[in-house]
Write a protein that binds this ligand. Structure first.
Ligand SMILES: Cc1cc2nc3c(=O)[nH]c(=O)nc-3n(C[C@H](O)[C@H](O)[C@H](O)COP(=O)(O)OP(=O)(O)OC[C@H]3O[C@@H](n4cnc5c(N)ncnc54)[C@H](O)[C@@H]3O)c2cc1C
Length: 263
C-alpha cells in the first residue's frame, strides 16, 4: 500500500517508500546512515504546509512531528529553544505563559520550528527590523546527510548559521532550534477599508502623513505613529504594501486591508 502525502492545496503529491517519525536525534541519525532501508532522497517534513516541492520525495520522509518538546525558555537572555517538530502555535502558547512572544508574528500556526529555521518564512505584516522568521534564529542543531551531528550559532559560527537559515532542508535535518524572543505586547490594528479601484497614490501619501490612520499601541506604552505593533514600520515598507495593493489585484479585489494581508 503506497504512502501518499498531499500538501495543503493539493498542488504537491508524493509517494515516499518510507515514512518515519523519529522521537530522538539518534533515530534520525539511524535513518540517514541506513541507505538500504531508507532510500534517498531523504527529506524532513514539518506540517507539509509549504507550497514548494522541496520536501517532496519518492525515497524517505522524516516526519518531525514526534519531536515537539520545549527545551528551554530563558527569560534573561530572551531565547526560546525547542525541538524542530514543535508548531509555532504551541511554541507561542508556551512563550505567552512567560509573557514572551516571537519577534515576528506569522499567520501559519501549524508551521514547525524546523521549517521556520531554514525556509525563509516571512511575516509580511510586521514593521520590525527583519521580516523573516529565520533572521531571529540564534542557534540551529542538525543531523548532516551522512548522519553526523552539527550545529551553528551566532556566537560559534555566524556565517554557517546564515547559510543554514536558507538551506530549505537540503543540507541536513534540523532537530533543535533557538529563537530570540521579546516581551509580550498587545496588538492594536486600525483598518481603513478602501476599494482598490478608487485608491490613488496621492491618497496613500496622505495616509502616511496622518498619524491616526496608521497607528499602533502597545500595552508597554511605547508611543509611536506607524503601523501595528512593537516598532513602527518604515514608511518605505508601508508604501510598498500600499503600492502592491494598488498595482496588483492578484490576491484581493476589494480593500486595501485585504490586499495588505495577501502574500
Ligand atoms: C495558506 C498559507 C499561508 C502561508 N503563509 C505564509 C507566509 O505568510 N509566509 C511564508 O513565508 N510562508 C507562508 N506559507 C508557506 C509555508 O506555510 C511556510 O513557509 C512554512 O515554513 C511551512 O512550514 P511546515 O512546517 O509546514 O514545513 P513543510 O512544508 O513541512 O516543509 C517546508 C520545507 O522545510 C523543510 N523542513 C521541514 N522541517 C525540517 C527540518 N526539521 N529540518 C530540515 N528541513 C525541514 C522541508 O524539507 C521543506 O523543504 C503559507 C502557506 C499556506 C498554505
Amino acid at each position: 500500500m503506497p504512502n501518499t502525502i498531499v500538501n495543503y492545496d493539493g498542488s504537491i503529491k508524493m509517494t515516499p517508500q518510507q515514512i518515519v517519525r523519529p522521537r530522538t536525534v539518534e533515530e534520525i541519525q539511524d535513518v540517514l546512515r541506513d541507505l538500504a532501508r531508507f532510500p534517498s532522497p531523504v527529506r524532513a517534513m514539518g506540517s507539509c504546509h509549504s507550497l514548494t516541492p522541496c520536501a517532496a520525495t519518492d525515497g524517505t520522509i522524516i516526519d518531525m512531528k514526534g519531536m515537539n518538546r520545549v527545551i528551554d525558555i530563558n527569560e534573561t537572555s530572551k531565547t526560546f529553544t525547542a525541538q524542530a517538530g514543535l508548531q509555532i502555535v504551541e511554541a507561542s502558547d508556551a512563550l505567552r505563559e512567560r509573557d514572551l512572544q516571537f519577534m515576528t508574528n506569522i499567520e501559519i500556526g501549524n508551521m514547525t520550528l524546523g521549517s521556520a529555521a531554514c525556509c525563509h518564512t516571512k511575516d509580511a505584516l510586521d514593521g520590525i527590523e527583519f521580516g523573516q522568521v529565520g533572521s531571529y534564529v540564534t542557534r540551529i542543531k542538525w543531523v548532516t546527510p551522512t548522519g553526523e551531528l552539527a550545529e551553528a550559532s551566532e556566537s560559534s559560527d555566524p556565517q554557517l548559521l546564515r547559510k543554514f537559515r536558507t538551506s530549505y532542508g537540503l543540507a541536513g535535518v534540523v532537530y533543535e532550534v533557538t529563537f530570540r524572543v521579546k516581551p509580550l505586547e498587545a496588538i492594536h490594528f486600525t483598518y481603513l477599508p478602501r476599494p482598490v479601484e478608487e485608491l490613488t497614490h496621492a491618497e496613500v501619501d496622505d495616509l502616511l502623513r496622518r498619524p491616526g490612520v496608521l497607528d499602533r499601541r502597545s500595552d508597554r506604552g511605547v508611543p509611536a505613529a506607524g503601523a501595528h505593533r512593537g516598532a513602527a514600520p518604515s514608511q518605505l515598507a508601508v508604501r510598498r504594501r500600499a503600492t502592491a495593493a494598488l498595482e496588483s489585484h492578484r490576491c484581493s479585489r476589494r480593500t486595501l486591508h485585504r490586499s495588505v494581508h495577501c502574500r
